[in-house]
Design a protein around this ligand. Structure first.
Ligand SMILES: NC(=O)c1ccc[n+]([C@@H]2O[C@H](COP(=O)([O-])OP(=O)(O)OC[C@H]3O[C@@H](n4cnc5c(N)ncnc54)[C@H](OP(=O)(O)O)[C@@H]3O)[C@@H](O)[C@H]2O)c1
Length: 273
């Protein structure tokens, strides 16, 4: 049966080829079925195609895929132009693409990893949101929902050892998203920051140290969908990590240094894609 475009929820997700992005796409498809238009972005075309086929067949969700690198502003602008022309303004844009690399400043060979992490986790958000803001402003002025969602991390609350690039990038993401939220409020565009704790994905599968309150990606995605629908400004998932994050903020620098002395580091890897 043909769908009424007015009833279709349009959701764009970056980093949809894996982990949290794929789980979010599945959760939206499960929830909205044929009433959903998904735009799935990533670099791994085969993974995006497999996910798109699964969601179309299983849930009748409409899926379009775009192979783009969030570090490339021109690619993101071209993708957004095409989405706006063909599908219309998304109601929800989720900036989820991210990389985590173990880094140590003392090694010159880690500089490319610092760059990749900052460009993906910080500039990637800017490149994802910027091209949609003008049309989302118009949509919001016409009473349509318009929401930008950024996936940050509990790692951005305090500096973790061996994680200088990742922790700093996520701290920057949290603060950037807060600025964006207050900038967008007069335009009726809501901004939601989600800071996950430890979630089971390929990003965490390589960690050999204990990960407290580790949560499955599907469970995370259901909770994230509820937070997005409730238009939360900032949320930590799982809630137990929210308590840990509050404590982390309170600990004085000397006590933090002592507590971090024996904390295991994320492995340094040669992959700086
Ligand atoms: N898992 C956790 O415990 C956890 C905790 C806190 C925060 N997070 C955050 O959650 C987000 C998703 O992470 P994940 O755990 O799902 O990791 P993941 O399974 O490794 O997925 C990362 C996703 O980001 C995409 N991506 C990476 N670099 C990209 C680039 N330059 N351009 C376009 N897409 C890019 C990847 O797609 P392609 O390879 O196809 O490009 C992939 O889809 C990240 O921002 C991460 O920092 C995760």
């Amino acid at each position: 049966m043909p769908q009424n475009p007015a009833n279709i929820l349009r959701v764009l997700i970056t980093g949809a080829s894996s982990g949290l992005g794929a789980a979010l796409a599945k959760a939206y498809a499960e929830h909205y079925g044929a009433q959903l238009q998904l735009v799935l972005c990533g670099r791994n075309e085969a993974a995006l195609q497999t996910l798109s086929a699964e969601l179309s067949v299983r849930y009748q969700a409409a899926c379009d895929i775009y192979c783009v690198d969030v570090r490339a502003a021109t690619q993101m602008q071209a993708m957004a132009d095409d989405v706006l022309n063909r599908l219309g303004t998304p109601h929800i844009v989720i900036g989820n693409a991210g990389v985590s690399r173990g880094t140590l400043t003392e090694f010159a060979e880690d500089i490319p990893a610092f760059q990749a992490v900052f460009e993906t986790n910080v500039m990637g958000l800017v490149h994802t949101f910027q091209p949609f803001i003008p049309s989302m402003k118009t949509a919001a002025a016409n009473g349509q929902p318009a929401q930008l969602v950024g996936i940050a991390s509990v790692a951005g609350i305090r500096g973790l050892p061996g994680s200088g690039a990742y922790s700093a990038s996520k701290a920057a993401a949290i603060t950037y998203l807060e600025s964006l939220r207050v900038e967008m409020q007069s335009h009726g565009i809501r901004v939601t920051t989600i800071a996950p704790g430890y979630i089971r994905t390929p990003m965490t599968d390589i960690n050999t140290y204990p990960m407290p309150f580790l949560m499955d990606a599907d469970v995370f995605a259901q909770k994230a969908l509820r937070a997005i629908a409730a238009k939360k400004r900032f949320t930590i998932i799982p809630w137990q990590m929210g308590i840990v994050a509050r404590l982390m903020r309170l600990i004085p620098a000397g006590l933090w240094d002592w507590a971090m002395k024996k904390t295991p580091h994320k492995a340094r890897l040669p992959d700086h894609r």
